[in-house]
Write a protein that binds this ligand. Structure first.
Ligand code: ZN
Length: 560
C-alpha cells in the first residue's frame, strides 16, 4: 500500500463580515501560526438600544496569543480597523501593518483610549513586502473611496492567496492613480490558488461610477447654487470630501467644517498630504457670516440622520452658526444605510420646509459606492483566474450572488465555498472545503467602556424599556401582620400616562395587595423572592390583558 503524503493545509476563519456587513475580520492559520486580516467594528442596529458598537468575538485566539504573527489592515474604514482598541489589549502588542493614512487614522483614534499601551504599527505601501512566519505578504494599491487602500497578495505553503480589500475599478479617481490593470495581471501570472474578493456590490448590476462622473455632477450643483452650499457626507469618504473642497475652491467658496469626525479626518489627511486644499480655504464656522452666502460651503457630518450630528442640528434649527436660508443648497453625498431611511427622509422634508434646495444621491449621481459592482467583480475573477474562490465581506445574499457570478464565469461549483462567521474553511493545494468545526463568532456588544458585559438579557430589558416603558411597584409590608400597609405606590415611565389611567392603577393596586396577602398572610417565614416573582408575573399578565403592552415590571417590597 502506498502511504499517502499528508497535504499541507491552511485554515481560513472569518470572525466578522461574512453573512453580515460591518466589522470585518479574518484569520489565516497555517501550522498553528495565525495571521489576522482587519479588525473592524460594526454600528448597532435599531434593536440594540444603548449599545455603542459591536466587535468580533476573538475568544478563538485566547491561549494562542503567542502564535499570532501579526495583523494587516487593508484600509482606514472603521469596519476594518475600528475594533483595534478593544481587541489589541486582549492579544498583547502584536505587530500591525498598515498604509500611511490607515496608520494615521488608527493612531488618532487611539488618543481616545489614552490608558492603552502604544500600538506597534509598521507603515507599508504599494509594493511593500513582509514575511510573517509561513506567510509572505505583498501589498498592492486598490481604488476605493478612501486613499491608501491596499490589497494583499499572500504566498503560503498551500498556494497564493489574493485578498482584494474593499475595492472598485476606477479609471479616473481623485487624488490617486487609476486602477493599474497591467499590475493586477502581473500578480495573476504568478498563479492565484484562492481569491478572496469583497461582495458588497455583488447584487448590483453594472459598473460603479467613476469619481470623475460624480465630480461633474457635483460641479453642476455648485455652478447653479446661489446661496450657501451645505454638504453632508461620511467623514470616512475622504475622496468625496476632497471633491467638495476642490469645487468650493473653483467657485471661490470658503469651506467651514462641522462635526468632530470630519474635522479629525481632514486634519489627518492634510498632514499626510492625502487631501489638497489651498491656504485660506478653510474658515471657522463662526466666521461664515463675514462672507457673502455665495462664497460659503459648509461640510458636515450626519447625512445618515445621526441624532447628534451636525445635519440633524441644522434641520432642528439648533445649530449655533448655521440656520438655513431660502437660497441655500443642501447636498446629501452618501448613500443611505439600510435602517436609516426614515430619519434621512425626515431630514430631507425638514430642509425643504425651511426653503432650501435639496439634492440627494437618488436624484443625481452624487454619490458613488466605493464598492465594485457585478461588472467589476467579474473582471476581477477574469483577471485573477483563481483555482478556488471564497467571497468575503457582505451580507449572506451578497456572498451567494458573488459565488453564482464566479460559477457564471466558468468556475466549477466544487471550487467555490460560501462561508459564514465562525466557520472554518480548509484549503489544500487540491481542495477547498468547510469543516464541521465552528469557532465562537457571536458579536460582542460594547457599551460605554464595558466590553461584552451587556448580554442578551440586558439587551432584552433595554428593548422592553424602549418599547413598552417600565412600571415600578413599591409595596410596604407589615412583617408581623403579614399584610400590606397602606396602598402600594406605582411609578411608571413610558408606559401609560398615570393620571388618565386611574382605573387601571386602582385595579393593579388591588391585585398587588391580593398577591402579597395571599403569599405572606399564612404566617411563618415568607419567601419574598417568590412574592416578587408573583407580582411580576401576575401584574405583567394583567397589564398585557388590559393594554396589549408589556412594560418592564420592577416590584420593590419593603418590610417594616
Ligand atoms: Zn471600506
Amino acid at each position: 500500500m502506498i502511504q499517502q503524503k499528508k497535504q499541507p493545509n491552511l485554515r481560513i476563519i472569518p470572525l466578522g463580515g461574512f453573512g453580515e456587513v460591518g466589522l470585518n475580520m479574518l484569520l489565516l492559520e497555517y501550522g498553528g501560526k495565525i495571521l489576522i486580516i482587519d479588525m473592524g467594528l460594526g454600528f448597532p442596529g435599531e434593536d440594540m438600544p444603548g449599545i455603542d458598537c459591536v466587535i468580533p468575538n476573538v475568544s478563538y485566539l485566547k491561549g494562542k496569543e503567542r502564535n499570532i504573527l501579526g495583523a494587516v489592515l487593508t484600509h482606514g474604514h472603521y469596519d476594518h480597523i475600528g475594533a483595534i482598541p478593544y481587541i489589541i489589549p486582549r492579544l498583547g502588542s502584536i505587530p500591525m501593518y498598515a498604509s500611511l493614512l490607515t496608520k494615521g487614522i488608527i493612531l488618532k483614534r487611539q488618543e481616545d483610549f489614552s490608558n492603552q499601551p502604544k500600538l506597534n504599527i509598521e507603515t507599508v505601501g504599494d509594493r511593500s513586502k513582509i514575511q510573517l512566519g509561513p506567510f509572505q505578504i505583498e501589498f498592492f494599491r486598490q481604488n476605493h473611496n478612501i486613499p491608501d487602500n491596499l490589497g494583499l497578495f499572500i504566498k503560503t505553503p498551500v498556494g497564493n492567496i489574493l485578498h482584494t480589500s474593499d475595492f472598485k475599478f476606477d479609471e479616473s479617481p481623485v487624488n490617486e492613480p487609476p486602477t493599474d490593470f497591467e499590475k493586477l495581471k502581473g500578480i495573476s501570472q504568478r498563479g492565484i490558488s484562492l481569491l478572496l474578493s469583497e461582495s458588497t456590490g455583488a447584487e448590483e448590476e453594472g459598473h460603479s461610477l467613476s469619481e470623475e462622473t460624480i465630480f461633474k455632477n457635483l460641479d453642476k450643483i455648485f455652478e447653479k447654487a446661489k446661496g450657501r452650499i451645505i454638504a453632508a457626507s461620511f467623514a470616512s469618504l475622504i475622496n468625496r470630501i476632497q471633491q467638495l473642497i476642490t469645487l468650493s475652491e473653483k467657485y471661490g467658496r470658503k469651506v467651514a467644517i462641522e462635526g468632530r469626525s470630519m474635522k479629525t479626518n481632514i486634519e489627518i489627511c492634510q498632514n499626510l498630504k492625502k487631501i489638497q486644499a489651498k491656504k485660506g480655504t478653510f474658515i471657522k464656522t463662526k466666521d461664515i457670516a463675514k462672507f457673502p452666502d455665495s462664497k460659503i460651503t459648509v461640510l458636515c457630518t450626519g447625512a445618515q440622520g445621526e441624532e447628534a450630528a451636525v445635519f440633524m442640528k441644522i434641520a432642528n434649527r439648533e445649530h449655533k452658526f448655521v440656520q438655513l436660508k431660502k437660497e441655500d443648497t443642501v447636498i446629501f453625498s452618501s448613500s443611505v444605510i439600510p435602517g436609516n431611511e426614515r430619519t434621512v427622509q425626515f431630514l430631507k422634508d425638514e430642509f425643504h420646509r425651511q426653503g432650501a434646495k435639496v439634492f440627494h444621491y437618488k436624484m443625481m449621481d452624487i454619490h458613488a459606492s466605493g464598492h465594485a459592482k457585478q461588472e467589476e467583480l467579474r473582471k476581477m475573477l477574469k483577471i485573477m483566474t483563481p483555482k478556488f474562490f471564497l467571497p468575503i465581506y457582505g451580507q449572506y445574499s451578497m456572498l451567494v450572488r458573488h459565488a453564482e457570478i464566479a460559477e457564471e464565469e466558468g468556475m466549477p461549483a466544487d471550487n467555490i465555498v460560501v462561508a459564514e462567521n465562525g466557520q472554518v474553511i480548509n484549503l489544500t493545494p487540491k481542495r477547498i472545503s468547510i469543516m464541521r468545526e465552528r469557532v465562537p463568532s457571536n458579536y460582542i456588544m460594547v457599551d460605554g467602556l464595558g466590553i461584552g458585559d451587556v448580554g442578551e438579557v440586558v439587551l432584552r430589558d433595554r428593548q422592553n424599556l424602549a418599547r413598552d416603558g417600565m412600571f415600578v411597584i413599591v409595596v410596604v409590608v407589615d412583617r408581623q401582620a403579614g399584610k400590606v400597609k397602606g396602598s402600594p405606590d406605582i411609578i411608571s415611565r413610558g408606559f401609560v400616562y398615570l393620571r388618565e389611567s386611574k382605573e387601571l392603577l386602582k385595579d393593579t393596586r388591588r391585585r398587588v395587595i391580593g398577591i402579597v396577602d395571599r403569599s405572606a398572610g399564612a404566617g411563618g417565614a415568607v419567601n419574598w423572592t417568590y412574592v416578587k416573582n408573583e407580582i411580576r408575573n401576575k401584574i405583567s399578565e394583567f397589564l398585557f390583558f388590559k393594554t396589549k403592552r408589556r412594560p418592564m415590571i420592577l416590584p420593590v417590597v419593603i418590610e417594616v
